[in-house]
Design a protein around this ligand. Structure first.
Ligand code: GLA
Length: 673
């Protein structure tokens, strides 16, 4: 985004096509009053701008753009390809996607296209040529919004078009069918292929489909979605080389490898819908916001969608209580966002999302939602210098989509392992301690971090394993959790004793996996009774394993069950650093205790010492400014002592410098040094 007009952008999805044209002038007037600076437009406009094949009608959209420009508003302009119009699927029903059991997904909703379809891509790029050419010079154009939430409804398609594309993709990946047979271990169950022509997607089979084939299908499907994105992006970069390109990713979104997609975008953007029914919603947000910020090396990102209040798509959809939307919006800014946007501006009258909240509700401007939205718009507008500032972290959490896809396949020791939950449990132990954390892929440069946390990295290549060893050798503190380093990139076990590529580094061997039944916990006891795992009642669940020490020392042992007396947590001095290992899922307090011990060994402290329970603190800074964000996610008033007298940029303390602030529940303070 352009540095010249430095500000935190504020606004939302705008669908003027749902309303008579007389309403549009009121829209821009009210947007200005609410502090809106940018809207996302055109996301679902395909059927209106191309009502018949090749017959383009942009007149109405020109007026929308001009109206916005006249009001001084910027546009995050969609490529309009997110939902094919009815004529396209009538003309080409072969673009419709199919499920793994061969059922077709019909039009009538949205995103009903096979990502591999050359026909869909051809019509989509033809439209993008029109949109890009027409609005290239438009004064309102700020950033391109390609597609919409790729993989939201169609994660994988199993149709014949996809099958042919998969065979092509495999040919490029493996070269020969012999290499494919080797990679997929097809000597098992008579699965040997004699030619690529025999290969199919992992469609519904009588029993477990080949796991390597399933893993490759995740990779292929991610790539097919990305090719749709790239086909459109190619047009945009050619026609408007200076306009940044983004696409709105979803949180914890398994079909789309955010790190890989980050390489092809100019700015990352995320849609995050906090759940007011979930007391931990800010923790899930914290993890995803850290990932967004880290994916492009700390560059500010855009919160492109959130709900002003209720959504319509959970089983129950209560509103956000007063102050929650403000708190969670500031949380995004505190964790690196340079835009706070909503779905959507004006609440729909009809259609599937009419009960989804909007910045301008059915009840109009005299509503709590509209007041809270407008107040936030003004507030964000009062601190424009935040835009472009960055944060730094001493801790990194590593995760990898390939490993995620492989971890959650069928036919493993436990099907209860959930990568997103596991990652969040580790992230939470840092979050609760007030520690800043980046979320990165294992191929990252790690030497700048004092602490690296690796939750369940089941699939791990030799190179990445070596990188971890070098990191520890050089003095790093590494914390690895169970069932890591088990298979290679083809889901083949690394031979030589689990986890073979990490054995020397961790100083141990895992002889057997002992996954635990749901609801079953095993007592765990710290070897040092005064240490963090020494508290009575410490437990692990989900997983346990038979660890044999080969140089590591036990930090805690199992105190019950078949593994009583065997190590549950270990530590191994390696080079100038230490590699820690957890062989179970520690309950929250124990996990926090262990993480504190590890991070203290690493010399990693919180952003602000002495932070009250429930308060999040982050720093964003540049050469001129240093902002301290304080957010009270707890239920009680919290008094935060500041490290030095600071100026309150949002309000209650006026312009005087203060040395402490009191935050009510859901309170926010933006302090400046
Ligand atoms: C997603 C989509 C939007 C809308 C919202 C509703 O984020 O991108 O078009 O459907 O969900 O929450």
């Amino acid at each position: 985004m352009k540095r010249s007009d430095r500000r935190i952008h504020f606004g939302g999805d705008y669908y003027p096509e749902q309303w008579p044209e007389e309403v549009w002038a009121e829209d821009t007037r009210l947007m200005k009053e609410a502090g809106v600076t940018m809207v996302t437009a055109g996301v679902f406009a395909w059927a209106q701008v191309e009502p018949r094949p090749g017959d383009f009608d942009f007149g109405w959209f020109d007026r929308v753009m001009d109206n916005l420009a006249q009001a001084g508003l910027r546009v995050c302009l969609a490529t309009m390809t997110a939902s094919p119009p009815p004529w396209l699927t009538r003309l080409h029903p072969e673009i419709l996607p199919e499920t793994e059991d061969g059922r077709r997904k019909w039009p009538g909703g949205r995103q009903h296209y096979c990502p591999s379809s050359p026909v869909y891509r051809e019509y989509a790029t033809r439209l993008v040529e029109q949109v890009a050419g027409r609005y290239a010079q438009h004064p309102a154009l700020e950033v391109w919004h390609v597609g919409n939430e790729y993989g939201c409804h169609i994660r994988q398609c199993f149709c014949d078009v996809s099958a042919a594309d998969f065979r092509r993709w495999l040919g490029e990946r493996y070269g020969t069918v012999g290499a494919l047979n080797e990679a997929w271990s097809t000597a098992f169950w008579s699965q040997r292929y004699d030619s690529f022509d025999e290969v199919l997607p992992p469609r519904l089979a009588p029993t477990f489909a080949n796991p390597s084939q399933q893993l490759d299908y995740w990779r292929f499907s991610d790539d097919a979605l990305r090719q749709c994105f790239l086909a459109e992006t190619e047009v945009l970069r050619r026609v408007t080389p200076d306009v940044p390109v983004t696409t709105n990713l979803m949180p914890h979104h398994k079909p789309v490898d955010a790190f890989e997609w980050a390489r092809h975008q100019d700015v990352m953007s995320l849609d995050f819908y906090q759940d007011p029914h979930d007391p931990d919603t800010h923790l899930s947000a914290a993890y995803n916001f850290d990932l967004m910020r880290s994916a492009r090396g700390g560059q500010p990102w855009l919160l492109l969608e959130q709900a002003p209040s209720a959504v319509n798509w959970r089983p129950r959809n209560g509103p956000k209580p007063p102050g929650a939307m403000r708190l969670w919006s500031w949380q995004a800014v505190a964790q690196g966002a340079d835009a706070i946007m909503y779905f959507q501006w004006r609440q729909s009258r009809g259609g599937a999302e009419k009960f989804h909240s909007a910045m301008l509700p059915h009840g109009g401007t005299g509503t709590r939602i509209h007041r809270e939205v407008s107040d936030l718009g003004r507030e964000l507008g009062s601190v424009p210098e935040i835009a472009g500032t960055r944060s730094r972290a001493d801790a990194a959490l590593l995760t990898d989509w390939n490993s995620w896809w492989a971890l959650e396949l069928d036919s493993r020791p436990s099907t209860a392992l959930d990568q997103a939950l596991i990652n969040r449990a580790h992230h939470r132990a840092l979050f609760d301690a007030g520690v800043a954390c980046d979320v990165l892929p294992p191929s990252s440069e790690l030497s700048g971090y004092k602490l690296v946390v690796v939750p369940n990295l089941y699939l791990l290549g030799e190179d990445d394993a070596r990188r971890l060893a070098q990191y520890v050798e050089g003095g790093g503190q590494l914390l690895v959790s169970f069932f890591s380093g088990i298979v290679d990139g083809c889901d083949r076990v690394h031979l030589g004793g689990y986890p073979a590529p990490l054995r020397e580094l961790l100083g141990l061997r895992v002889e057997e996996f002992w996954p635990l039944d749901e609801g079953v916990s095993v007592p765990v006891e710290g070897v040092d009774p005064g240490g963090p795992l020494g508290a009575p009642g410490t437990e692990g669940d989900l997983w346990s394993e038979a660890v044999e020490l080969e140089g590591a020392e036990a930090v805690a042992v199992f105190r019950g069950g078949e593994l009583a007396g065997r190590p549950a947590v270990t530590r191994h001095a390696y080079g100038a650093g230490t590699a820690w290992y957890i062989g179970t899922r520690l309950h929250r307090a124990a996990m926090r205790g262990l993480m504190d011990q590890v991070r203290q060994a690493a010399g990693v402290g919180p952003v602000l010492a002495g932070l009250p329970e429930g308060v999040q603190a982050t720093v964003r800074e540049d050469d001129e400014h240093r902002f301290l964000f304080l957010l009270n996610h707890g239920d009680e008033d919290a008094v935060v002592e500041l490290p030095e007298p600071m100026r309150d940029r949002l309000g209650p303390y006026g312009t005087d410098r203060v040395t402490a602030v009191t935050l009510p529940p859901r309170g926010v303070a933006v302090m400046e040094h």
